[in-house]
Design a protein around this ligand. Structure first.
Ligand code: AGP
Length: 609
C-alpha cells in the first residue's frame, strides 16, 4: 500500500503535496518523491527514507510549479532506495508517474518495452507504467494512460503528468483507491481523503475502470474505454484524525477490516486462475531443492510464532515433513538440532525483531538457507534471508498484529500447497479443492466482518473479567494461542490458551462460576472430544463462548453462546476462526477504555533482545 497525491491550481504545488504526503504516511514510509510541472521543465525529486528525508533533499528553495504529483512508498517490488522511489519517469524525463498497486505482468511488459528501445533504471514494477505512457503518447495524455493501463494485469491507482501536456493531471484506478478533491480554481488527487481534507470536503470517488483528466478548473471522468462519464459529488464528513484511520476509531479496527483486501494482495500472482494453480516464482526453488527437504524449522516471536504453529499442523499434514516451531528467544540458547536438508523459515511482520534476527543469524552460521516471510520490503530480515515471501499486507500501525498474522498464515498455506504441487504428493483434485477454498477465503472473511456487532456483544461479557481461557484442539489450539495474546495485549485481561485435552491436567482447577471460556471447535476430526471438554467446563459453571463451522454440530444446548463461522476445509479454518477473536479483543479493549492502538509497555517492533 502506498500513498499518492496530486495538485493542480494557482498555488505552488510542492507545499501542498508535502502536506498531503505527511497525512498519508500510515500508507507507507520507506521512500518519498514529487514531480513538479515547473515553467521550464518537469522536475522530479525523490529519495529513500521518510518524508523528512525528502524535505531535507529539497531544502528551502523548492521548485516553483502549480501542478505536480507526490508519492510515499511501501515497497513491494524493489527494496527502498532513491532509484526505486516514485515518481518514475520514462526514458525522456518528460513524463512522470506515481503508482500504488502491484503490476503482475511487469516483467513481460518490461521485456517488450526494452525490445521497443526503452531503458529501465529501477527494480520496480511501477516503472513500466511511466514507459507505457511515454510509449503510447501521441499528443493526448489521457489516451496514452488509457492505452497503458489496458496492458496492465494487476492492481493500480496511478497519476501521470507530462511537460508535453502541461496544465493537467491524468489518473486511473483498478483495485486501489483514488479520490479527487474539488476546490475553487484548484483540484486535488489522493489515495485517501486525509491528504487534502484541510482544503476541501467535496470529492469524486474514482471507481475501478475509471480515469480522469484533472485541471485547475475542471475534472472530466472517463471509463478506461474512453467514454465520458457523469459522477455525483460526495461530501466527506470525517474529521482529519478519523480520515487517517479510514473513518475507523482505531488503526486496529481499520486493519482488521482491511484483511479481505490484504488477503487478495497476498494471493495476487501466487494463486492463479481462481485457485487452480499455485505459483511462487519469487522463491525460485529448484525441483532438487524442493525434494531435498527432510524437515521444516520455523522461528518467530509473538503473533508470528503463532502463525508458525498453524503452519506446523498444515505442513505436517500436507507435506508429511516434521515441522519444528520455536520461539526465537529460545532457539538461540538451546543448541538446536538442524540438518542440512532443512527448510528454515523465519516469520516477522516488521522484519526488525531482534530475537528473530538473532535466530536468523545463528541458523545461517549453522549453514541453513533462510526463507523469510515478512511484510516489510528491504527490512533487515528480508535483506539477510536467502529467499523472501512478502505478505503484502500494507503497513500495520496498531501494535496488536492482525492483518499481518492473517497474511502470514495465508502465505504459509500458499507455500505448503505450492511445495505439494511441485513435489506431486497431492492429487490434482485435492490441490484444486484447496486452491479454490483459499481463493474464497477473502469473501468469507468479509461475511464475518459484517457481523462485528455480534462480537461486540460477546465482548461486553468478557470486559468485566480479569481472567479468561481460550481452548482448542489441533489447529484450534494454535489459533487459541493467538486469540489469547490479542486479548492479553489489548485489554490487559489475563487470557491463557490451553489445549482442550489439557484442562483436566490442572487448569480445570481455575474454572469458577461464570469465568469466560472461548472454545474453538472447528476441527471435525476432534469434534466429539472437544464437546466433552466443553461439558467438563459447563459442569463447573464456566461460561462457554463457542466458535464452530456452520453446519457441523448443534452447540446451542451445550454452551452459553455460539458464533457460527462460514464453512471451509478444516485445515484452512484458522484464517476464518481468528477474525472474530481479533474483533473480540478489540471490542473488549474498547469496552475497558484501553489505548487500543498503543497498549502499555509494548512496541510495534521489538528491536531489543
Ligand atoms: C503481536 O500482536 C505483538 N505485537 C507481538 O507479539 C509481535 O507479533 C512480535 O513482537 C513479533 O513481531 P514481528 O512479527 O514484527 O517480528
Amino acid at each position: 500500500m502506498c500513498g499518492i497525491v496530486g495538485y493542480i491550481g494557482e498555488q505552488n504545488a510542492y507545499p501542498i503535496l508535502l502536506e498531503g504526503l505527511k497525512k498519508l504516511e500510515y500508507r507507507g514510509y520507506d521512500s518519498a518523491g514529487v514531480a513538479l510541472l515547473c515553467p521550464d521543465e518537469l522536475k522530479v525529486i525523490k529519495t529513500k527514507g521518510e518524508i523528512s528525508a525528502l524535505e531535507r533533499k529539497i531544502g528551502e528553495g523548492f521548485p516553483e510549479g502549480t501542478a505536480g504529483v507526490g508519492h510515499i512508498r511501501w515497497a513491494t517490488h524493489g527494496a527502498p532506495s532513491d532509484i526505486n522511489a516514485h515518481p518514475h519517469c520514462g526514458c525522456s524525463q518528460e513524463f512522470a508517474v506515481v503508482h500504488n498497486g502491484i503490476i503482475e505482468n511487469y516483467l513481460n511488459l518490461r521485456r517488450w518495452l526494452e525490445e521497443e528501445g526503452h531503458c529501465f533504471v529501477s527494480e520496480t514494477d511501477s516503472e513500466v507504467l511511466a514507459h507505457l505512457v511515454e510509449h503510447f503518447f501521441d499528443g493526448d495524455l489521457l489516451q496514452a494512460v488509457i492505452r497503458a493501463v489496458k496492458k496492465v494485469e494487476g492492481s493500480f491507482a496511478m497519476v501521470a503528468v507530462s511537460e508535453k501536456e502541461k496544465g493537467k493531471l491524468v489518473c486511473a484506478r483498478k483495485d486501489n483507491p483514488l479520490i479527487i478533491g474539488l476546490g475553487k480554481g484548484e483540484n486535488y488527487i489522493a489515495s485517501d481523503v486525509p491528504a487534502f481534507l484541510n482544503h476541501t470536503r467535496k470529492i469524486y470517488i474514482l471507481e475501478d475502470g475509471e480515469a480522469a483528466v484533472v485541471t485547475a478548473n475542471n475534472v472530466e471522468i472517463y471509463s478506461t474505454q474512453g467514454e465520458a462519464l457523469q459522477k455525483e459529488v460526495s461530501e466527506v464528513t470525517w474529521n482529519a484524525a478519523e480520515a487517517e484511520k479510514g473513518g475507523y476509531p482505531h488503526f486496529m479496527l481499520k486493519e482488521i477490516m482491511e484483511q479481505p483486501r490484504a488477503l487478495r494482495e497476498t494471493m495476487r500472482g501466487r494463486l492463479l486462475r481462481e485457485g487452480k494453480e499455485f505459483s511462487l516464482p519469487e522463491l525460485n526453488f529448484t525441483p532438487e531443492e524442493i525434494n531435498s527437504f527432510e524437515q521444516v524449522y520455523i522461528v518467530a516471536c509473538g503473533t508470528a510464532y503463532h502463525a508458525g504453529l498453524v503452519a506446523k499442523y498444515a505442513m505436517e499434514k500436507i507435506l508429511k515433513l516434521p515441522v519444528e516451531v520455536d520461539l526465537a528467544s529460545e532457539f538461540c540458547y538451546r543448541d538446536p538440532l538442524l540438518n542440512k536438508n532443512t527448510l528454515f523459515i523465519v516469520i516477522s511482520q516488521s522484519g526488525e525483531t531482534a530475537d528473530t534476527l538473532a535466530a536468523l543469524r545463528l541458523a545461517r552460521k549453522e549453514g541453513q538457507r533462510i526463507l523469510a516471510i515478512t511484510n516489510v520490503v528491504g527490512s533487515t530480515v528480508a535483506r539477510e534471508a536467502d529467499k523472501v515471501l512478502y505478505t503484502w499486507a500494507g503497513p500495520e500501525i496498531a501494535v496488536a498484529s492482525t492483518k499481518a498474522y492473517l497474511t502470514q498464515i495465508f502465505s504459509l498455506y500458499l507455500l505448503t500447497y505450492y511445495l505439494a504441487q511441485e513435489k506431486g504428493n497431492l492429487s490434482r483434485d485435492t490441490l484444486e479443492e484447496a486452491g479454490e477454498a483459499l481463493f474464497n477465503l477473502p469473501d468469507q472473511v468479509e461475511t464475518i466482518l459484517q457481523r462485528a456487532e455480534e462480537i461486540r456483544e460477546l465482548a461486553a461479557y468478557l470486559a468485566s473479567w480479569e481472567s479468561c481461557f481460550y481452548i482448542g484442539r489441533n489447529l484450534d489450539y494454535a489459533v487459541a494461542m493467538e486469540g489469547a495474546l490479542k486479548l492479553k495485549e489489548t485489554s490487559y485481561i489475563h487470557a491463557e490458551a490451553y489445549a482442550s485435552g489439557e484442562l483436566k491436567h490442572g487448569p480445570l482447577a481455575l474454572i469458577v462460576e461464570g469465568i469466560p471460556v472461548i472454545a474453538l471447535v472447528t476441527q471435525r476430526s476432534v469434534m466429539e472430544k472437544s464437546l466433552s471438554n466443553i461439558k467438563e467446563i459447563k459442569a463447573r459453571c464456566g461460561h462457554v463462548i463457542c466458535f464452530a463451522q456452520e453446519g457441523t454440530i448443534e452447540f446451542q444446548r451445550e454452551v452459553d453462546r455460539v458464533f457460527y463461522l462460514p464453512a471451509t476445509l478444516d485445515i484452512l479454518m484458522p484464517v476464518l476462526t481468528v477474525v472474530p477473536l481479533q474483533l473480540l479483543a478489540y471490542y473488549t479493549a474498547v469496552a475497558r477504555d484501553c489505548p487500543v492502538d498503543k497498549p502499555r509497555n509494548l512496541a510495534k517492533s521489538v528491536t531489543v533482545e
